[in-house]
Design a protein around this ligand. Structure first.
Ligand code: BTN
Length: 268
């Protein structure tokens, strides 16, 4: 069992099996937001694969205007700089890729059965354990840099989760009923992400889409999708090539969503 944050970092440095991702890690005991720091580094020309990792975040950012509760010593708060040189429309695939990498790594390390929820969540037993936040800068017609940030509730107890999300959120420890080492989990995520990103860079999107479909908790579900204040309901049918969600409405028409907050509707 990892005892503290020093061992957390040492475990990663000792076990890292990637070629380039995570070969430079900026590790902090405490930061405002790893995504914010990674974006600053990217603007200063930090290369692809540089990572910002923290033991605690004071202003962890979530999607929309939400925050990501990031207490010390229990979670993974990590941001990776990528320079994918693709059209902005392909950005969504990076989020999906990160979701699959996290799900696969959790599955391999813990034996739990994680699922991905479109577009950016990882769930275990229908509860959110991880969230992904992609922040990209477009330059011309391409993505100049992308910061892919993920937060994972690893060893949080119930009291380490904010009260307003306790019903729908969980941690690996809470689901597994034992603590999980953060270092080996980070190592596995980096390896999975590096491999999927290689496919992405080669234009081979099929592996990413197939893997996402494999782990999906969204496809085949009745969903409600919120875009601003407007809700649309339908059946989540498939992913598009760019990682959009194809939804069939009651009247049979199909729409592609590229963003939005979704609810899985329980059929009673
Ligand atoms: C969400 O589910 O809304 C996305 C949450 C993303 C949180 C991570 S923690 C590491 C990185 N730094 C941040 O400030 N946010 C992301």
């Amino acid at each position: 069992m990892e005892a503290n944050k020093t061992i957390f970092l040492e475990q990663i440095e000792d076990g890292l099996a990637t070629k380039w991702l995570g070969r430079t890690i900026h590790f902090y005991d405490k930061v405002e937001s790893t995504n914010l720091l990674a974006a600053e580094l990217a603007q200063e020309d930090a290369p692809e694969g540089v990572v910002v990792l923290a033991d605690q975040q004071l202003s962890g950012r979530g999607r929309g205007s939400r925050s990501w509760h990031s207490p010390a010593g229990v979670g993974i708060y990590c941001s990776v700089i990528l320079r994918p040189q693709v059209e902005p429309e392909k950005g969504q695939l990076i989020t999906l890729m990160a979701g699959v990498s996290i799900a696969r790594a959790i599955e391999r390390q813990s034996g739990l059965s994680p699922r991905v929820k479109w577009p950016n969540d990882v769930l275990i037993n229908d509860k959110k354990v991880a969230g992904i936040l992609l922040e990209a800068r477009v330059s011309g017609a391409r993505i100049g840099y992308a910061v892919i940030g993920f937060g994972i509730n690893v060893n949080n107890g119930r009291g380490d989760l904010p009260e307003d999300i306790r019903v729908n959120a969980s941690s690996l420890r809470m689901e597994l009923k034992k603590t999980v080492d953060r270092g080996p989990l980070v190592i596995k995520i980096f390896s999975e992400l590096e491999e999927l990103y290689h496919n992405f860079q080669c234009g081979d999107l099929s592996v990413i889409l197939e893997q996402w479909r494999h782990y999906s908790s969204t496809l085949g579900q009745r969903v409600r999708i919120w875009r601003k204040d407007k809700a649309t309901e339908g059946l989540a049918v498939d992913l598009t090539e760019n990682g959009g969600l194809l939804v069939r409405l009651a009247e049979g028409k199909q729409i592609v969503f590229h963003a939005g907050d979704i609810e899985h509707l329980k059929i009673l």
